[in-house]
Design a protein around this ligand. Sequence first.
Ligand code: NAG
Ligand code: NAG
Ligand code: NAG
Ligand code: NAG
Ligand code: NAG
Ligand code: NAG
Ligand code: NAG
Ligand code: NAG
Length: 484
Amino acid sequence: MRNVCWTIPSIFYCLLFLQVSGFDCPYKECFCEGRTVFCVNRGFNATPEIVSSNTAGLTWLMFDTNNIKDIPAGHLPANLTEISFDYNPVESIDDNAFIGSADTLELLSFWGAKFSKLPDALTHLKALKYLSIYDSNVIDWNVNVMKEIGLTLESLFLRNAGVVLSPSWIQYLSGIQELNLESCLVTSLPDNSLDTADGNITIISLFNNSLTEVPKAISNLPALKKLNLGNNKISSITWLPRSQLTSLILDHNNISDGQFLSNVLRSSSDSLRTLTLQVNQLTAIPELDFLSNLKKVDLSYNRIADPNLGSFPVDMFEVNLEHNLLPFIPKALSNLTRLIELEMISNMVRQITAEDFPPGVIWVFLGHNLITELEDTTFPVNSTIQYLHLNNNPINHISNKAFHNFPKLTLVNLAETKITRLPLALASVSTLIVFDATNCTELVCTCEEKSLAPVLTPVLSGDVHGNCGDTSIYEFFANYSSAC
Ligand SMILES: *[C@@H]1O[C@H](CO)[C@@H](O)[C@H](O)[C@H]1NC(C)=O
Ligand SMILES: *[C@@H]1O[C@H](CO)[C@@H](O)[C@H](O)[C@H]1NC(C)=O
Ligand SMILES: *[C@@H]1O[C@H](CO)[C@@H](O)[C@H](O)[C@H]1NC(C)=O
Ligand SMILES: *[C@@H]1O[C@H](CO)[C@@H](O)[C@H](O)[C@H]1NC(C)=O
Ligand SMILES: *[C@@H]1O[C@H](CO)[C@@H](O)[C@H](O)[C@H]1NC(C)=O
Ligand SMILES: *[C@@H]1O[C@H](CO)[C@@H](O)[C@H](O)[C@H]1NC(C)=O
Ligand SMILES: *[C@@H]1O[C@H](CO)[C@@H](O)[C@H](O)[C@H]1NC(C)=O
Ligand SMILES: *[C@@H]1O[C@H](CO)[C@@H](O)[C@H](O)[C@H]1NC(C)=O
């Protein structure tokens, strides 16, 4: 406190402050402000000596970003509520290191600690609510510690904290509300291990582990709201909880049974807001239309091949179907009035027809498909489409009326298609700003395309991409087509 005081110009303010708070900063190398002792990034190799124990009112101690290996007894002020040792290679902690705060300490955080056993010093903590350990290599999860802190612990965060495998000790976490075991190689949770805590648990994350099935232990947690099982190897979803979830994260797994998933989600019909399913093995879009609060879903990188199955809530505004095996734009999109992007890059779409488009779509991403022809009836009349990406399709025919009644079309991307002539259909597009025919190796420009000059010459040179033979398309219209 004094350190800060000398730097404040007004002595009056300072005296007032000292009088109100009335404590000393416990370490001469640190500074104190409000209720916090800041010892961040001071180059410490060890916890420094305490110079004053008159520290009442200072409750938060931050030792982040130092090089502290040992925490001996008698080096911390008393009655703290929060201590963080983030970014320190803490190896050993004296059993009595935290004893002065045994009844008050609520939060303890380590990032990059080097202890391989959960320190016994934690057994003394009678009020601990939040424990986090990140980027560590704990092997022994010390059941004695878990039995003691499990009575009060509300949130546990372990991320890349060491090997956890099948944590039997979670049975002791009877008041746990938020359980995060991420990147710890968890293979299973023992059955019934969460029964003592079931009414309190609202958040579980088992992100990035080695689960092959949804653990039965989580199947009956009535208060669960958020569940993250992303980045595992889950194929069996039998034990997904029938809770009122707000968020369910299942991406990067091996899930194929969309129908079962849809049945489980009935219990969350009014609550679910977040659902991620990308990078799985789904072969069809699940029935999701009853999820009244779901606005976005990511189904990219699955094996969805059936264009007729599945449904979405009508007011959905984002659906990602990239990298699937769909042969058509799926029926489930056709009545989504708020969907403005059609995200279907890298599918097997061979043919598109007007009725398939969501009615208000503005961005169309259909690159890397198998479309060969654009007909008079390919796009809806008076289409809302502004940005049309059809690059990397084997398109070789575009009818002269394909883009008629396209009042807002501003971008046409036909890069790396098989077109041999510039599409005369562009003549009816008065709003064009970007035209891309990069890498259309079979493209030639002839006098037949002269009628496109009024459309393409007003476009800025940098916004017409691609060549016909040795000349750029832009140059053709700027320098040559007038001579036709
Ligand atoms: C810590 O709290 C105890 C009990 O409330 C009290 O007796 C003691 O003076 C406090 N110590 C400090 C340094 O605040
Ligand atoms: C997943 O966990 C492993 C350790 O088990 C870690 O090396 C990897 O970076 C983690 N991946 C992500 C995406 O967090
Ligand atoms: C929830 O935790 C509190 C302690 O925080 C405990 O008293 C209560 O019994 C728990 N409720 C359930 C349903 O487990
Ligand atoms: C995915 O699940 C199937 C069973 O549905 C299984 O045969 C296959 O080995 C799993 N693949 C991986 C990579 O785990
Ligand atoms: C939208 O279409 C699906 C079939 O693809 C149908 O089940 C659903 O009832 C339709 N919703 C509305 C509001 O028309
Ligand atoms: C398209 O727009 C024109 C002019 O606004 C209108 O006359 C015509 O009825 C519309 N056609 C359809 C099918 O909506
Ligand atoms: C054109 O081809 C080159 C060489 O294959 C490639 O690097 C580039 O990404 C392609 N550009 C487009 C827009 O397809
Ligand atoms: C085409 O015209 C531009 C100016 O509009 C000029 O800079 C360019 O050299 C011409 N190219 C040829 C091949 O005549």
